[in-house]
Design a protein around this ligand. Structure first.
Ligand code: XIL
Length: 321
């Protein structure tokens, strides 16, 4: 392609994409090496993948990812330790609180400990806040937590436990709370209160991940509001799973020129905004490289077409002014 996103943003933040075992195969391999300096495993480090049966940890696929990354000077994000989805049949699935805590500790200690010093940041807790649950007047954010296996088995404390276990296992890794719809004011306020409270209690939480699964109607102002509000907590803010869907895309075809341009304009506006917050934003990671492999492939949210050629959005991001 002759240009590189990672180089274009070298003075601002890291530029990431997702990793799957297919990333090791060309042409994706070369594209990732050329354009990105950071990767997040799309699925292979999720709880059910890391610990497919109780006490058995599957390190083979992540090992291959780490080898690829280290050979090519690419940073790696661990995703994710605690989530209500893709978490298997036993983790947190008990009414015995002590047993659940032991499972949480064991999972985090083994996974984080095994990769100590090699993972730049962990999404420790993913999507723990309910949608549409406003922060109560007394500020008690624990009332806004999603009903998950961990909330049921341990209670709201599972969140701070997870961060403490992760910090013990790798004191140098940055530890993140990660969630979607973070530009929704209602959710952003809950997350803000939670992170503020945890930090005041000395819980090792260093960053907030705004996933960024948007569409072309996203309000840039709403994204800015949240970045600003989270930055004021003095934590890192990263855009962890960016993809911009084109909702009127026709599933069987590629995007029209108009749709590609419309998508490119939104990407450019967001990157202009991200640049202004470069002191807080550590990385911007795309949730997908090539449209046909995206989890939202029917809405063509990525920077590269199915034939690996760059879309309008790619060029718009290279030079968003
Ligand atoms: C998605 C993956 O992209 C899919 O392949 C998988 O089937 C489901 O999970 N929020 C997250 C990611 O934190 O882990 C999700 O990834 C997308 C939403």
């Amino acid at each position: 392609i002759g240009s590189s996103l990672a180089e274009a943003y070298a003075d601002y933040f890291l530029i990431g994409t997702i990793y799957t075992p297919n990333t090791l195969v060309d042409p994706e391999r070369s594209l990732v090496i050329e354009q990105f300096n950071c990767i997040t495993p799309e699925n292979i480090m999720k709880p059910e993948s890391m610990q497919p049966s109780e006490g058995y940890f599957a390190f083979t696929l992540p090992d291959a990812m780490l080898k690829f990354a280290e050979e090519n000077n690419i940073k790696v994000i661990g995703h994710t330790l605690v989530w209500h989805q893709q978490s298997g049949r036993f983790l947190g699935q008990t009414s015995d609180r002590e047993k659940a805590i032991e499972q949480l500790r064991n999972h985090i200690t083994n996974v984080v400990g095994n990769y100590k010093g090699r993972i730049m940041a962990w999404d420790v807790v993913n999507e723990a806040v309910k949608d549409g649950a406003p922060l109560p007047a007394d500020g008690d954010w624990t009332k806004c937590l999603r009903e998950t296996q961990w909330l049921r088995s341990i209670g709201p404390d599972y969140i701070e436990m997870a961060f403490r276990f992760a910090h013990e296992a790798d004191p140098d890794a940055k530890l993140y709370y990660n969630d979607y719809n973070m530009n929704d004011e209602v959710k952003a306020k809950v997350v803000h209160a939670m992170v503020k409270d945890l930090r005041a209690k000395g819980v090792p939480i260093h960053g907030i991940g705004m996933q960024g699964h948007y569409d072309t109607n996203v309000s840039i102002e709403s994204v800015e509001k949240s970045i600003k509000m989270f930055s004021e907590l003095g934590v890192e803010v990263s855009i962890t799973e960016l993809d911009i869907s084109v909702n009127d895309a026709s599933v069987s075809k590629s995007l029209t020129e108009e749709q590609e341009v419309r998508q490119a304009i939104v990407y450019a506006k967001l990157f202009k905004l991200f640049k202004q917050y470069k002191d807080n934003i550590v990385r911007v990671t795309f949730w997908g490289t090539i449209d046909s492999k995206s989890w939202r492939r029917d809405k063509f949210p990525c920077l590269f077409r199915n034939d690996y050629t760059p879309k309008e959005a790619y060029y718009a991001i290279l030079d968003p002014e």
